[in-house]
Design a protein around this ligand. Structure first.
Ligand code: PLP
Length: 471
């Protein structure tokens, strides 16, 4: 084991590019060629060297300045230190007798988070594997709460109510696709998701929300939750949370906030943009996004701890009703669960909220600066002004004969496969867009200029290749 840190250090020292550039099919062949048969097992030191040489060297280098595609952050050192404790001690958060001190750390961190988000004293929460799990759990609780309120129906015990096919989840056109995932996992089907149109900046149109709710009522449908997003995946848009809360309250609908991306603004000068989040019945936040923690690390917070009852099931071997020590399995759909709360604990202890907030502010400012830089560069088209730290743009210096959408798709894949840059791709108002998701506070403007030069250089090469083909 001693050589593990040394091997990793060598991998990082030699990581000149965001991806090694090895042909993906060759990489696959090499990896599938590594025998997993019992007779081929080797000493751990040998395996560590092989992992470093043949796997880690071909990893996507999230620390590289030109690896800037997804909500996927370079992890802070304190998080990596925490991962050592987490893996070595292997606590499991389901029951106190598997995670004594860890259970109290998670409760302590959750109480702190509830205070940060200005939840009342009844607030509570639990760590999750990330935004997907958090959204699924919140929507499930919302559905069961609604059925209880509406007809005294107990979904946990009796399954879906007779009116299940009329239940509706309301989000915006830009809400995360986990709403559909949740709807299908919950037995409601994707058809249960109603998406409200958005403004050009990606925020939910509040008037459209109101008119849709009226129409759903006319149609005899039953919206049970409205999901506001604080930081949409592409635009970073923050919905009008106060307005949504008011509308949800007036209609007796659960209000959930997906703050997986934008929740970190609670620490920053931009905190006011989250106004209304404290009114949410539930909210999720992902620490493996703009809180710079290693995957995976998220939390679901509930305004009222008693609503966790919809997830509570007892097992004789694990969480007996008679237990007087806390078993966190009572509040989640997981059983065995990682001690991810330690990463947040160590981050708060070692970095502190002021520095974290300053890092978030820096990312927001840098997103705007980079967007303005691109707007001045005629070779690119800026597709939206950033709301958080994503920049949506595309390469536009093309003759009309070349399809701009197809070209940008081809450009992104070529940048990736050649190990030049890892960029995101999405669509903005029907246009194929390249996306930067800036989550690395160590980047300088010069590094972005270098990136844009490399994009242009490859685009020029691809352009002349394509044009030559047409001759
Ligand atoms: C707004 C939003 N919500 C939820 C998720 C899902 O989070 P996770 O990948 O942690 O499951 C994402 C992922 O990017 C997201 O952007």
């Amino acid at each position: 084991m001693a050589n593990c840190a040394q091997e990793l250090a060598t991998v990082f020292e030699s990581a000149a590019r965001p991806y090694s550039g090895m042909d993906p099919m060759l990489l696959r062949e090499n990896i599938f060629g590594m025998s997993l048969a019992n007779e081929d097992a080797e000493p751990l030191d040998t395996v560590i060297r092989q992992v470093a040489r043949d796997i880690a060297r071909h990893a996507i280098v999230v620390q590289h300045p030109h690896c800037i595609a997804h909500l996927h952050t370079p992890p802070m050192l304190c998080g990596i230190a925490a991962e050592n404790f987490i893996a070595a001690q292997n606590q499991s958060m389901d029951s106190w007798d598997q995670s004594g001190s860890a259970t109290f750390v998670e409760q302590h961190v959750i109480a702190h988070l509830c205070r940060l988000f200005s939840y009342p004293s009844e607030g509570d929460g639990v760590f999750t594997s990330g935004g997907t799990q958090g959204n699924i759990m919140a929507l499930l609780i919302a559905r069961d709460w609604f059925a209880q309120q509406r007809s005294g129906h107990n979904v946990q015990r009796d399954g879906l109510p007779p009116y299940a096919s009329r239940l509706r989840i309301i989000g915006s056109a830009k809400s995360h696709f986990t709403l559909e995932k949740a709807a299908s996992v919950m037995g409601l089907g994707q058809q249960a998701v109603v998406r409200i149109p958005t403004n050009p900046d990606g925020t939910m149109i509040i008037e459209a929300l109101e008119s849709t709710l009226r129409q759903l009522q006319v149609d005899g449908l039953l919206p049970f939750v409205i999901v506001g997003t604080a930081g949409t995946t592409d635009h970073g848009a923050v919905d009008g949370l106060r307005d949504i809360s008011r509308i949800a309250r007036a209609s007796n609908i659960w209000f959930h906030v997906d703050a997986a991306y934008g929740g970190a603004m609670i620490l920053s000068q931009a905190k006011q943009r989250l106004a209304g989040i404290e009114l949410a019945d539930s909210l999720i936040v992902d620490f493996h996004k703009m809180w710079f923690q290693p995957v995976s690390c998220g939390a679901l917070l509930m305004r009222d701890t008693s609503d966790f009852k919809y997830l509570l099931h007892h097992a004789d071997y694990l969480n007996r009703e008679s237990d007087d020590l806390p078993n966190l399995v009572d509040k989640t759909i997981s059983t065995t669960r990682r001690f991810d709360a330690l990463k947040v604990f160590m981050m708060l202890r070692a970095v502190g909220t002021d520095t974290l907030g300053a890092m978030v502010d820096h990312l927001l400012q840098q997103g705007t600066a980079i967007a303005l830089h691109l707007r001045e560069d005629e070779r690119f088209e800026l597709l939206a002004l950033p709301a958080l730290s994503t920049v949506l743009f595309r390469y536009a210096d093309l003759p009309e004969t070349l399809g701009i959408d197809a070209f940008n798709r081809q450009l992104r894949v070529a940048l990736l496969k050649r190990g030049i840059a890892v960029l995101g791709e999405t669509t903005v108002a029907g246009k194929v867009a390249l996306k930067l998701t800036i989550l690395n506070p160590c980047l300088t403007i010069g590094m972005f200029v270098d990136l844009f030069n490399k994009i242009v250089e490859l685009a020029e090469t691809l352009k002349s290749d394509v044009l030559a083909e047409h001759v």
